[in-house]
Ligand binder design. Structure first.
Ligand code: S3P
Length: 424
C-alpha cells in the first residue's frame, strides 16, 4: 500500500521541552503555537507548572508566562517532587535549571525512565557546585541547587541532553562565566539556538559552546517547527513503498536532525528539501518519493547523533534494501527508552529480518520477505512501536503490536496520520 500526501507533523518534541524549561529562566509572555501534544511534553508542562510556571491554552496556542527564576518556597516536606514520566529530556534538562535554583527537588520517573543513567548529567553539574544525588546512577535525582560556578566541560558522550543541562545551569552561575561545553560530536543545537533567540549570551565556535549567566526574554509568539523525528516514520515509509510520495510541511530542517534524509538519499530514494525560514531554527518542507528498490549503505559513527532517534525506522528500511547496511558505534541507543540495538534486533528479527549486533554496530542484511507471527512486541518503546507499525504496513499484515499505547509518548496522532496517508 503506497503512502501519499502532504501533512504537518506535530510540533517538535525537543524544541517544545526547551521552550517550557527555558521559560523558567525567562521574563515576559509568549504565545506558543503548535507545541507538541505528546505525553513527554505533557510531563515537562506539569513540572513547569509545579514550579510555579503559568501556561494557559488559548485560541491559537499556549500562553506561557516566564517564571523569571521566581521558584516557589519549599513545602513542609522540604522538597518539591517533579514527576518526569517517561521523559529523559525533561529530567536531564530540568536538572540543569534546578542546579542553579534555591531549594531541593526530587525528580522521579516511570519504570522505564527509572532505569536510565543520570550520572552523565549529575557529574558535570556537581563540578559546577550543585549537590546532586542519584540512586546508583539512576533516578530519582535529588537536586539541591544554588551557588553555581562556571566550568569548562568536555563531554564524554555525544548527547544534546547533557549539553543542554550544562548550558541551562550556565545561565545561573554566580560568577560572570562563561560556562563552556566542548562537544565530542555535533548534536542537535536547540538549547544554544533558543538561548540566543531569547536574548541570552551564547557563542558557538565549532564544537565549543559558551554561555554567560543572565535572564532570558520571551518573544511575543513562537511557532514550533514540526518534528522531523515524528515525520521520519512516513518519510522513510515513502522511500520503501512503491508509488509513494509524502511531503512533511513546516518541518524543522536542522542538519543535526535530518541525517535520516541524507541516509535515504544515499539508499536511492528521491529526497527534496525546501528551506522557508532560518530563525530561530531552519524550517521548511521535505518530500520523499519511492524511486525503486533501496540500496544498502554504511552509516558512520559521526552520523549517529543526527539519526539518533531514527535508527529503528532506518533499520526497517535496511531490511528492504539490497545488501548489508551497517550503523557504526551506535552505543547511545543502548540507553534510550529500551536498549534499542537489542530491541531492533529482537523485534525486526521476530519478523524474519536478518539483524545482528556486533559490539555496538548494528548490521542489517536485506532484502527480507517478512514472516508474520501472531503478534509483535514493542517493549513499550514508542519508536519501536511506530517502526513495527510501518513494518506491518510493508508486509500487508494486521497483527497486534504489544505496547502500542506507548506511541503517545511522542506522537499521539500517529495512527490517524498513517490512515490518512494510506488513503492518499
Ligand atoms: C534529545 C536528544 C537526544 C534524543 C532525544 C531528545 C533532546 O538524546 O535521543 O530523543 O531533546 O535533547 P541525546 O542526544 O541526549 O542522546
Amino acid at each position: 500500500m503506497p503512502l501519499r500526501g502532504r501533512f504537518t507533523p506535530p510540533g517538535d518534541k525537543s524544541v517544545s521541552h526547551r521552550l517550557l524549561i527555558l521559560s523558567l529562566l525567562a521574563k515576559g509572555e509568549m504565545l506558543v503555537q503548535g507545541i507538541s501534544d505528546c505525553k513527554d511534553v505533557a510531563s515537562t508542562l506539569s513540572c513547569f507548572q509545579a514550579l510555579g510556571g503559568k501556561a494557559v491554552p488559548e485560541q491559537g496556542g499556549l500562553r506561557v508566562t516566564g517564571l523569571n527564576r521566581a521558584f516557589p518556597a519549599m513545602p513542609e516536606s522540604g522538597e518539591i517532587e517533579l514527576d518526569c514520566g517517561n521523559s529523559g529530556t525533561t529530567m536531564r534538562l530540568l536538572t540543569g535549571v534546578l542546579a542553579g535554583a534555591p531549594g531541593r527537588y526530587a525528580l522521579t520517573g516511570d519504570a522505564q525512565l527509572s532505569r536510565r543513567p543520570m550520572e552523565r548529567v549529575a557529574e558535570p553539574l556537581r563540578l559546577m557546585g550543585a549537590k546532586i544525588e542519584t540512586v546508583g546512577g539512576k533516578p530519582p535525582v535529588i537536586v539541591t541547587g544554588g551557588g553555581l560556578s562556571s566550568v569548562t566541560y568536555v563531554l564524554k558522550d555525544a548527547s544534546a541532553q547533557i549539553k543542554g543541562a550544562i548550558l541551562n545551569a550556565g545561565l545561573s552561575v554566580k560568577d560572570e562565566g562563561p560556562t563552556v561545553v566542548v562537544e565530542k560530536a555535533a548534536t542537535r543545537p536547540h538549547s544554544e539556538r533558543l538561548i540566543d533567540y531569547f536574548k541570552g549570551t551564547v557563542a558557538v565556535k565549532g564544537l565549543q559552546i559558551s554561555v554567560k549567566p543572565g535572564t532570558l526574554e520571551l518573544k511575543e509568539t513562537f511557532l514550533t517547527p514540526a518534528d522531523p523525528s515524528s515525520a521520519a516514520f512516513f518519510l522513510v515509509g515513502a522511500a520503501m513503498l512503491p508509488d509513494s510520495q509524502v511531503t512533511a510541511a513546516g518541518m524543522l530542517l536542522s542538519p543535526a536532525r535530518i541525517g535520516f534524509l541524507r541516509v535515504l538519499d544515499r539508499m536511492g530514494a528521491k529526497v527534496s528539501i525546501t528551506l522557508t525560514s532560518d530563525t530561530p531554527e531552519p524550517t521548511g518542507e521535505a518530500t520523499v518519493a519511492y524511486n525503486g528498490p533501496l540500496k544498502a549503505t554504511e552509516i558512520s559513527a559521526e552520523e549517529i547523533p543526527s539519526i539518533i532517534d531514527e535508527v529503528p525506522i532506518l533499520a526497517l528500511a535496511a531490511t528492504r534494501a539490497e545488501g548489508r547496511t551497517v550503523f557504526r558505534q551506535a552505543h547511545e541507543l543502548r540507553i534510550k527508552e529500551t536498549d534499542r540495538l537489542m530491541s531492533i534486533r529482537h523485534q525486526l528479527g521476530a519478523l524474519g529480518a536478518r539483524v545482528k549486533v556486533e559490539g555496538d554496530d548494528l548490521i542489517v542484511e536485506g532484502p527480507t520477505s517478512f514472516i508474520i507471527p501472531e503478534s509483535v512486541d514493542s517493549g513499550s518503546d514508542h519508536r519501536l512501536a511506530m517502526t513495527l507499525s510501518m513494518a506491518l504496513l510493508a508486509a500487508k499484515a494486521k497483527i497486534p503490536i504489544l505496547g502500542a499505547e506507548s506511541i503517545a509518548i511522542s506522537y499521539p496522532g500517529f495512527e490517524a496520520q498513517l490512515e490518512a496517508l494510506c488513503k492518499g
